[in-house]
Design a protein around this ligand. Structure first.
Ligand SMILES: [Ca+2]
Ligand SMILES: [Ca+2]
Ligand SMILES: [Ca+2]
Length: 807
C-alpha cells in the first residue's frame, strides 16, 4: 500500500522537453548548441561495454525486469533489451548522482525501439529522473512507431531547488497503476541504445581529505589517520596482518565551510576497506573492495558491513573467503584469489538469510565470522539484534539467544545442517571465534538494553553491562551454553577514550608471530577532527591480548599507544607510498595497474592531495650499519617547484635528502635524491613542500638504495711459478691503506691469514699445487680494517694464469 501511495504521488513536473522529432526513426537530428566545457554524463550509453553501469530501475519494490545485451543495435555492436517488465517504470537505469546539478540545463538523446507483435502501432516512452523517495520527473518523451528506432532528443533543466543527491535516469512507458491488465499496451519489451545526457561537467566532489593528524607520531592507535574503518577483522597470511574494515569513510562528507560531516549512514556502505602491515605500526592502504551495490562483486547485495575472512584450499586451489553483512537481514560471502583479490561471487543469492535452518528466530542475520578448525572443518558465527518476544523479560535481557553457530560446507560458500544457539549473556552482535591450546574462544558485543531486550532489567551477577565485549570458552565450536561464559574481555571503549567515543563495538582476535592481538574500533579519529561531538565514524585499533595460566583472558586496556612494533621496517625494496605509520593532510586513491610491491593481483593506490606542509612518515626504518645512499620515488608532478624532503625522527628533524619533483607535469616519472648520513634505525618523515594552494604531486611508490660499502685500498697480484718441478700459485696483496689491516689469501691450494699488515707492507704466500701443472684460476683476497671508525671488509678476486713445469 505504501508503495502505491508513493507511486501515485509521483511528481510529474511539467518541464517535459518539447520533442522536436517524434517518430524520428532513422533521422539524425542536430543536438542543441553544446559548449566546449559540456560533457556526456552517461557512461556506456551505447552499451558497447554490455550492461556495465546499467541496472533495472528499482525505485519501487514492485519494479522489476530482465536486462540483457542484444546485437540488434541502433549503432555499434550492442544495445540493451529489457524484458519481463513488472511495472511501467521497469526499465534500464543509470545513476547520475553527483553528476547532474540543480539549475543546469542538459540535452538528452537516446534511441528506443519496441517490436511486440500484439502491441500498439505507436507508443510513447519517457526518459525519467528519480530524485529519490517519491520524486520522479519526466525529462524527455518520444512516441515510437512499432518496429522502428525512435529518437529521444530534447533538453531539460533541473529546477534550482531540486535536491540531486539522488538522481537516477531511467526509461519507461507512461504510468498506470494496473499495467498487468493490458501488458501488451503497458509492459512491452523494448530496446535502448546511444543514450547521452550532455551538459556541464560534474562538480568536483567536496574533499574528504582528513586534514588533522589523526594518528599522532609515536602512537600506534588508531592504525591509520587518513581514513576511517570499523568492525576490523584481523587476518594473518604469509607474514602480514590484513585488516578488513567496514568502509566508514564512504559516507563521510565534511562540509567545505565547517569541516563537519553529517552523521554516518550505514545504509550507504557497500565497500570493504583493506589495510595490511608486517609490523603492526606501518600500514599499507589497499583501498576498497566494491562488494555490494549495482556495480559490486555481489550485486544481489546492497551493503557490506562487518567483514570476516578466512583461507581454505578447495579442490586443490587456495582461496580466501570474505564474509559480510548485507545490512541486518542477511549475510553473504565473496571469494578472493589472494587476500587482496581479485574477488568474485560464487553465489547468486545470500548465504545466510531467512532460509537458513535454525536461524528463524534471529532478528539480525548479520555479522558473519568464519573459523576453520585445525581439522579443516569450517564454521560460521552470525546473528544478533532484538530477542524473541516469546521469552520472559529477564531471559530476553540476560540470555537473548540471538547468535548462532553453523557448519560451513567444504566449498565455504554453503552451510550444512542447522544453526546452533550461542547462549551468550546479554548478547547483541559481533560474534567471533578463535582457538588456543585446544579450546575455543567466542567473543561478542553486549546489548544496551531497552525494549528489544525486555525493557529495563538487571543483568545477572558477572554478566556484561551495555556495549562491552564478553567472551566464552568451550571445548566444542558448536556448543556454547551460558555456562561457558568467562567474563568481560573489553569494557566499552569510552572508558578509555572519553566523551564522544561510546557506542557499540566489534572485535576480532588474531595470532601473529607468537602473540595474540585484539582488534576493536573507536571513533578516535572522528574525535580528533570534531572534538567530543563525534558523528559515528569509527577507526581501527589493536591491543595485545594476554592470557592467565588457566586460559582466561586478562581484560584489555584500550590505549592510543597500542602495540609494540613487531619488526623494523626494511627500506631497500620497492615500497608502496600508501604505506605509512603516520601522516598529515594526504589522501589515497586507487589507480589503474597493479601494485609494484604486491604483484599483479593486488590493487595499486597513490598518495594524493599533497599540499605544501603535508607529510607521511614510517616508523623504525632500519638502514643498517652501512646506511642508505639514495632514495627514488615514482611521482606524478602536478605543479612546478614541488619537493620531497627526507627527514629523520621528527617532522622537523634534519633533512638528509631532498627529492626535486621537476618532471613533466601530469606524467609518472622516477626522481632520485642522494642521501647523507642515513644509517641505523630511524623514523623517516617525507615532508612535502612547494607552492601553496595547489596539489603538488602524487606518489606511487619509493625505494631506498643501500650505500655501497667503502673499500680498503689494496693492490693484489697472482702468478704461477715452478719450484722443484712443482707448480705454485703465488699471491701478493699490498696494504695501500693508511692504517694496519688484516689480509687473508685464499686459493684452491690453501689459504693463509696475516694480521696487522702495516701501511705499504705486503702479505705474500706461494701455494704449492703439488702438481706439475696448474690450470688458470683465481685467488681471493679478504682485507679487514677500519675506515672512519667503521669496520669494513673488502674482498677482491684476482685471476692467475695456467702454468706447467718443465714445459
Ligand atoms: Ca550500441
Ligand atoms: Ca592535502
Ligand atoms: Ca602505490
Amino acid at each position: 500500500m505504501e508503495q502505491r501511495m508513493r507511486r501515485a504521488t509521483r511528481r510529474r513536473v511539467a518541464a517535459i522537453a518539447t520533442v522536436g522529432l517524434m517518430m524520428a526513426a532513422g533521422f539524425v537530428a542536430s543536438s542543441g548548441p553544446v559548449q566546449a566545457a559540456d560533457t556526456n554524463l552517461v557512461v556506456n550509453g551505447g552499451f558497447e561495454d554490455g550492461l556495465a553501469n546499467w541496472f533495472v530501475n528499482n525505485g519501487n519494490a514492485t519494479d522489476g525486469a530482465q536486462l540483457s545485451a542484444t546485437s540488434d543495435a541502433w549503432s555499434g555492436a550492442n544495445a540493451a533489451l529489457v524484458t519481463s517488465r513488472t511495472t511501467t517504470g521497469s526499465g534500464p537505469m543509470q545513476d547520475l548522482s553527483g553528476k547532474v546539478q540543480a539549475g543546469q540545463a542538459y540535452t538528452l538523446t537516446a534511441r528506443i525501439k519496441y517490436e511486440n507483435a500484439s502491441g500498439p502501432a505507436t507508443k510513447q516512452f519517457f526518459a525519467t529522473m528519480h530524485y529519490g523517495g517519491g520524486t520522479y520527473t519526466n525529462l524527455v518523451s518520444v512516441t515510437a512507431t512499432k518496429g522502428q528506432w525512435a529518437q529521444f532528443n530534447g533538453t531539460f533543466t533541473i529546477p534550482a531547488g531540486q535536491s540531486v543527491s539522488t538522481a537516477r535516469l531511467f526509461f519507461e512507458t507512461p504510468w498506470t497503476s494496473t499495467p498487468s491488465t493490458d501488458p501488451d499496451l503497458h509492459l512491452m519489451d523494448f530496446k535502448l541504445d546511444d543514450v547521452s545526457v550532455i551538459g556541464a561537467a560534474p562538480p568536483a566532489p567536496a574533499s574528504k581529505t582528513i586534514e588533522v593528524v589523526g594518528k599522532l607520531p609515536g602512537e600506534h592507535n588508531p592504525l591509520i589517520g587518513h581514513k576511517f574503518g570499523a568492525d576490523g577483522f584481523g587476518f594473518v597470511h604469509d607474514g602480514r596482518v590484513y585488516m578488513y574494515l567496514t568502509n566508514d569513510t564512504q559516507g563521510y562528507a565534511p562540509d567545505p565551510a565547517t569541516g563537519v560531516s553529517p552523521g554516518i549512514n550505514y545504509g550507504n556502505i557497500n565497500q570493504i576497506t583493506v589495510i595490511s602491515s608486517e609490523d603492526l605500526v606501518n600500514w599499507t592502504d589497499h583501498g576498497e573492495i566494491q562488494v555490494a551495490g549495482p556495480n559490486g562483486v555481489a550485486p544481489f547485495t546492497a551493503n557490506s558491513w562487518a567483514p570476516g575472512i578466512t583461507r581454505k584450499v578447495v579442490n586443490g586451489e587456495e582461496k580466501f573467503f570474505l564474509y559480510y553483512a548485507n545490512g541486518g537481514g542477511s549475510s553473504n560471502v565473496i571469494t578472493g584469489a589472494s587476500p587482496l583479490g581479485p574477488w568474485t561471487s560464487e553465489r547468486t543469492s545470500t548465504l545466510i538469510d531467512g532460509r537458513t535452518p535454525g536461524a528463524e528466530d534471529v532478528a539480525w542475520k548479520f555479522d558473519p565470522a568464519p573459523f576453520v578448525d585445525d581439522d579443516g572443518q569450517p564454521y560460521l558465527y552470525f546473528g544478533g539484534g532484538p530477542a524473541s518476544t516469546s521469552m520472559p523479560p529477564a531471559e530476553r535481557f540476560n540470555n537473548p539467544k540471538n547468535i548462532r553457530a553453523i557448519e560451513l560446507g567444504d566449498d565455504m560458500i554453503s552451510t550444512e545442517g542447522a544453526a546452533a544457539v550461542v547462549d551468550a549473556p546479554v548478547a547483541f552482535e559481533a560474534g567471533h571465534v578463535f582457538k588456543r591450546d585446544g579450546r575455543y574462544y567466542f567473543s561478542y558485543s553486549s546489548h544496551f538494553g531497552g525494549n528489544d531486550f525486555g525493557g529495563n532489567q538487571q543483568p545477572l551477577p558477572g554478566y556484561p553491562g551495555g556495549g562491552q565485549i564478553g567472551y566464552m570458552i568451550s571445548d566444542n565450536p558448536m556448543s556454547w551454553p551460558k555456562e561457558t561464559y568467562a567474563g568481560v574481555l573489553f569494557p566499552n571503549q569510552s572508558q578509555f577514550f572519553g566523551s564522544g567515543t561510546g557506542g557499540n563495538n566489534h572485535q576480532s582476535v588474531f595470532e601473529f608471530e607468537g602473540r595474540y592481538y585484539f582488534t576493536y574500533h573507536a571513533p578516535t579519529l572522528n574525535k580528533r577532527i570534531n572534538g567530543n561531538t563525534t558523528q559515528g565514524y569509527r577507526s581501527p585499533h589493536i591491543q595485545e591480548l594476554t592470557f592467565n595460566p588457566d586460559g582466561t583472558i586478562q581484560q584489555v586496556v584500550g590505549t592510543y599507544a597500542g602495540v609494540d612494533q613487531v619488526r623494523n621496517f626494511a627500506p631497500y625494496r620497492v615500497v608502496e607510498a600508501e604505506t605509512f605509520g603516520w601522516s598529515k593532510g594526504v589522501a589515497t586513491a586507487k589507480v589503474d595497474g597493479s601494485s609494484a610491491q604486491f604483484g599483479g593481483a593486488a590493487p595499486n593506490l597513490v598518495v594524493r592531495d599533497i599540499d605544501n606542509g603535508d607529510w607521511t612518515a614510517l616508523s623504525s626504518v632500519d638502514f643498517g650499519d652501512n646506511g642508505a645512499q639514495s632514495v627514488t620515488a615514482r611521482v606524478r608532478a602536478l605543479a612546478t617547484g614541488g619537493q620531497i624532503q627526507v627527514r629523520l625522527d621528527d617532522v622537523a628533524g634534519p633533512v638528509v635528502g631532498t627529492i626535486l619533483v621537476d618532471t613533466p607535469s601530469g606524467q609518472w616519472a622516477e626522481v632520485t635524491a642522494e642521501l647523507d648520513g642515513v644509517s641505523g634505525v630511524h623514523d623517516v618523515y617525507f615532508t612535502f613542500t612547494g607552492p601553496a594552494g595547489v596539489d603538488l604531486f602524487e606518489i606511487d611508490n619509493w625505494a631506498f638504495a643501500a650505500a655501497t660499502q667503502p673499500e680498503l685500498p689494496v693492490t693484489v697480484t697472482a702468478s704461477t711459478r715452478c719450484v722443484g718441478g712443482k707448480a705454485y700459485v703465488a699471491v701478493q696483496a699490498r696494504n695501500d691503506h693508511d692504517a694496519p689491516v688484516g689480509i687473508a689469501l685464499e686459493t684452491a691450494y690453501g689459504q693463509r691469514s696475516f694480521t696487522a699488515v702495516a701501511p705499504g707492507a705486503n702479505a705474500y704466500q706461494s701455494f704449492n699445487t703439488r702438481a706439475v701443472s696448474v690450470p688458470a684460476g683465481s685467488a681471493t683476497v679478504r682485507v679487514t680494517g677500519s675506515i672512519g671508525g667503521q669496520d669494513v671488509t673488502t674482498v677482491r678476486t684476482v685471476p692467475h694464469p695456467a702454468g706447467t713445469c718443465g714445459g
